[in-house]
Design a protein around this ligand. Sequence first.
Ligand code: NAI
Length: 331
Amino acid sequence: MRIAVFSTKPYDRTYLTATNERMGSPHQLTFYEPRLTPQTAALAEGHDTVCVFVNDEVHAETLATVAEHGVRLVLTRSAGFNHIDVPRARELGMEVARVPAYSPYAVAEHAVALLLALNRKLHRAYSRVRDQNFSLAGLEGFDVHNKTLGVVGTGTIGTVFTRLMRGFHCEVLAYDPYPNDEIVRLRGTYVDLDELVSRSQIVSLHCPLTADTHHLFDADRFAEMPQGALLVNTSRGGLVDASAAVDALRSGHLGGLAIDVYEEEADLFFEDRSEQIITDDTFARLLSFPNVLITSHQAFFTREALENIADTTLANASAFETGEGELHRVA
Ligand code: NAI
């Protein structure tokens, strides 16, 4: 297939090219650095497939343009697909495919890393020691051992995260509309979301962003959390009302926030903006808190995950083209 790859970073080019060559080069890949948006959609001309990532804007206007240029397939190099208007794509006769599970370990391990770093203030200790400041003031954390941990969303990643955290002997409370036996086997207990939030000293989010989960953590939810609790979000930024998080941090009620995702990340993440003024006041305020740790959507970023993303993405293209092999359609 003739695939226009948007939001290309050097690692996308490396892994997709290597996979395509290993497959015998069945696909023609054109790499574009810009995101796919209504403004860049015309770059799809001459291609039958667009290949996108999490901050591309694959909404009605974009889809209409790429459809006009003959695109029949949208491949996302991600598990989440909230950046794609899937019903509209189908109305326009396009198929949409994703990478359902490329490495739950990558994301779950990053969530553990964020939690431990936030709790033990490693982000502050690192720069302090480099400045030859060996004071421990303000670096106190708590034992994760025996704490109550709330896991919201117990699908692939939430389950791996739970398994890892059981090593700390946490009491695991879980919330998911579709409970999973593996969590019960790991001695997790399903409760409703209110109970999870009000009892957990640590909450980690692993559910998708949908209309139902948008701002799942808002001012009311933060107020329900125990004083000093920590929140970790490696799922999607829109799950958390960032302004409400700022208020909860400023009041001291929320003990710390570690995020790999941010609702307005599309204009920030994946680029070097060190020479720029950040105009998003909420994000700038979050950066100013000592008890906020932010990474820029890197939870997926392991060698194994990148290989799997490239393999499944191009296998999806081949399955669409030949009708053979598994096409991971967005349901
Ligand atoms: P999954 O589909 O295996 O699991 C999601 C779970 O959330 C399912 O069990 C589902 O029943 C549950 N769920 C749905 N609605 C819910 C609600 N209202 N409350 C609680 N749970 C709900 O997905 P997977 O692979 O575990 O990924 C989870 C999320 O992680 C993705 O949706 C994606 O947004 C995010 N992600 C982030 C990455 C990163 O680099 N930061 C990389 C990959 C995924």
